[in-house]
Design a protein around this ligand. Structure first.
Ligand code: PMP
Length: 461
């Protein structure tokens, strides 16, 4: 085994790939394909660019996995980690203990969160945050003497993580098929995906209809059995699905009417992606809980959490011991990095910049792609964008073998040195919040080239 030792500068891409295929089983990947073709190896990054093991440069229009909001290579974050590693590399938050970076981080989050939310429970990831939501919500209703309120309603095509509770709350058929999910006590309602499912309805009409599917579900289940509704402000992994303006006000009315908790999953939208600190502020929502992760530390180290409304935290505190927590809840090094990350976002007014400057420029720039013969719709908010690839722009007809066109376009973009992501035949963008005008030009030129190449390839068939 030692004969193939890595970490020497002479290791070639092929050697890395062979070793990777032999010993590393990848998440969300076809591992048989990896064995046959090898995987892409990313070696370093700076700002908004990545370099692979052959030295090829890519513009990362996806900020890692929607998370590297400050871009790569911020020395302040490296120093925050290093300093905290030396001072206190680990301690836990169990049994009435805390650490100073965690205190300061919770304070900063309370400062930027909606004003009625002032307490944070820390986790190691977004999935752990949603597992925490699952347990907290049930505990809350137990303490309120309504233990029969157990059901949590999510949405079809929502994404809330990969753990058993996270994947159950999410509505991804491909995940549910593997391992008999969702678990009992989770139900799903319609998504507000007008382009894909709106038919002849106006966006406004469709938004109301999608929201009312929640009301119908609540009535069918019996409102006294429903604990909470969970949703992303804008569905990310599902395809950057921007709800029609009528959707969220109607949802807010329904959860209020039936006294159901509202959980707004801010794992992608949180920390500036929409041009507000949280998607909840963008849509004027009143969440009871907000799971967070990703942009909290710009992905430099793994950390997540659940931000709690005051009434919720007070109720939970009344219940005595909360028997839940992770060894790495609020890991001090991750917390120190997240703290510095939030301070930089504030100091450099990066969220304001997304709202007033680079966000609008990004939206204008991607809108120019809407005329392309392969493009059915371009949509976005802040620094989130989506491009729908279709065979027929008027009827919204897709190419056969749905998903293959998106994959082709993604591969064409990679050839040109651009990282985009595809969900089905929807291309998605979520660049670092520090993307500048020059990067934006590169992004549009390369996306256009990828669309052209995809189009020609499809016509040639
Ligand atoms: N919620 C949302 C909205 C997400 O997008 C994700 C990750 N893509 C998660 C939860 C899960 O986060 P993690 O991968 O950190 O567990």
């Amino acid at each position: 085994k030692a004969a193939t030792a890595a970490n020497t500068s002479v290791t070639t891409t092929q050697q890395w790939q062979r070793m990777d295929a032999q010993h590393h089983f990848h998440p969300f990947s076809n591992n048989a394909d990896i064995r046959a073709e090898g995987s892409r190896i990313i070696e370093r990054a700076e700002g908004c660019h990545l370099w692979d093991s052959d030295g090829k440069q890519y513009l990362d229009a996806f900020a890692g996995l929607w998370c590297v909001n400050l871009g790569y290579g911020r020395q302040e974050l490296v120093q925050a980690a290093s300093q905290q590693m030396q001072q206190l590399p680990y301690y836990n938050l169990f049994f009435k203990t805390t650490t100073t970076p965690v205190i300061e981080l919770a304070h900063e989050i309370a400062d930027i969160a909606p004003s009625h939310m002032n307490q944070v429970f820390f986790t190691g990831s977004g999935s752990e945050a949603n597992d925490t939501v699952f347990r907290m919500v049930r505990r809350y209703w137990d303490i309120q003497n309504q233990p029969e309120r157990k059901i949590i309603i999510g949405r079809k095509n929502g994404y809330h993580g990969s753990t058993v509770a996270g994947a159950s709350l999410g509505g991804m058929p491909g995940m549910h098929k593997q391992g008999d999910l969702p678990i009992a006590g989770v139900e799903h309602v319609d998504q507000p995906y007008w382009y894909g499912e709106g038919g002849d309805l106006t966006p406004h009409e469709f938004g109301v209809r999608a929201a009312r599917s929640l009301e119908e579900k609540i009535k069918a289940l019996g409102s006294h059995k429903v604990a909470a509704f969970i949703a992303e402000p804008i569905q990310g992994a599902g395809g950057v699905i921007i709800p029609p303006d009528s959707y969220w006000p109607e949802i807010q009315r329904i959860v209020k009417k039936y006294g159901i908790l509202l959980v707004v999953d801010e794992v992608i939208c949180g920390f500036g992606r929409t041009g507000e600190w949280f998607g909840s502020q963008y849509y004027h929502l009143q969440p009871d809980l907000m799971p967070i992760a990703k942009g909290l530390s710009s992905g430099y180290l793994p950390i997540g959490g659940v931000v709690m409304a005051d009434h919720f935290a007070e109720t939970l505190a009344k219940g005595g011991d909360f028997n839940h927590g992770y060894t790495y809840s609020g890991h001090p090094v991750c917390a120190a990095v997240a703290l510095e990350n939030v301070r930089i976002l504030k100091r450099e007014r990066i969220v304001e910049r997304v709202k007033d400057d680079i966000g609008p420029k990004f939206q204008q720039a991607i809108a120019t792609l809407a005329d392309h013969p392969l493009v059915g719709e371009v949509r976005g908010v802040g620094l989130l964008g989506a491009i729908e690839l279709v065979k027929d722009r008027t009827t919204r007809l897709r190419y056969p073998d749905e998903g293959s066109t998106g994959t082709l376009c993604r591969d064409m973009a990679l050839q040109d040195g651009l990282v985009l992501r595809a969900t089905g035949d929807t291309m998605m963008m979520s660049p670092p919040l520090v993307i500048n005008d020059q990067h934006l030009d590169e992004l549009i030129t390369k996306t256009k080239s990828a669309l052209d190449k995809t189009w020609h390839r499809l016509k040639g068939k």
